[in-house]
Design a binder for this molecule. Structure first.
Ligand code: SF4
Length: 225
């Protein structure tokens, strides 16, 4: 609901665009800050950024334009290729950004690589403050149910606090959507959903040896057969 599905997908009889706008509103209630403009990281951060803008009254603007001809950074195999991909993929608009305090909304931070590049690009284009808000809780655990996430040690939020992540990606402030806020916005009972990548509570048992392949904290534990 937060990032993989298309925004025009229908779940619970509404589009995910509407759900993402609503979690943007929740994010504004939870962690607003005094800035000049709100913008989203294209494409998946945009509905939440619009919701944030509507709730906070801070104007929404597009300050990053996506090059639609470059492949997704997520599926590029090496760090070097991912970083090169980010540079080609998002172009900052200097005339929108120069001299402005920006709040940028993204759907998630996984490794932190993309976020750091985006923040640098915004500052290089003239933004005087860059605050980041994330429309999901910190991703602290790998998925074993079909999403090919990194092992836990590569997930930045698995080993760093919010303040440390903020320092690493170079933002003036950083806040994530709360777990409660994410689930309350669905309008469904909280145990309807898997949220293991945010909590480590896997609703379907994962075989010990499979867990060992990706879980940081269990590497040294003995294997139970
Ligand atoms: S751990 Fe659960 S919520 Fe997270 S990506 Fe996998 S299936 Fe989805």
């Amino acid at each position: 609901m937060i990032y993989f599905a298309r925004p025009d997908s229908i779940m619970n009889e509404e589009s995910l665009y509407s759900y993402r706008m609503r979690i943007g509103r929740t994010l504004a209630i939870e962690s607003c800050v005094d800035v000049d403009l709100v913008m989203g990281v294209p494409d998946s951060g945009i509905p939440a950024a619009i919701g944030f803008s509507q709730q906070s009254g801070i104007p929404y603007a597009e300050g990053l334009i996506k090059n639609r001809y470059v492949g997704r950074t997520f599926i590029q195999p090496t760090q070097h290729m991912r970083e090169a991909g980010i540079r080609m993929k998002l172009n900052p608009l200097k005339d929108v950004l120069v001299g402005k305090r920006i709040l940028i909304v993204d759907d998630s931070i996984v490794r932190g690589t993309t976020s750091r590049k985006i923040v640098k690009a915004l500052r290089d284009a003239g933004a005087i403050e860059v605050h980041m808000r994330i429309s999901s809780p910190p991703v602290t655990h790998p998925c074993f149910y079909g999403i090919d996430t990194d092992s836990q040690e590569q997930l930045i939020a698995a080993t760093k606090s919010v303040e440390e992540i903020a320092a690493q990606i170079g933002v003036d402030s950083l806040a994530y959507l709360s777990w409660d806020g994410m689930l309350e916005a669905t309008g469904e009972a909280k145990d309807t959903f898997c949220s293991a990548c945010f909590t480590g509570n896997y609703p379907v048992p994962v075989p010990e040896q499979v867990k060992r392949s990706k879980l940081l904290l269990e590497k040294s534990a003995p294997v139970t057969v």
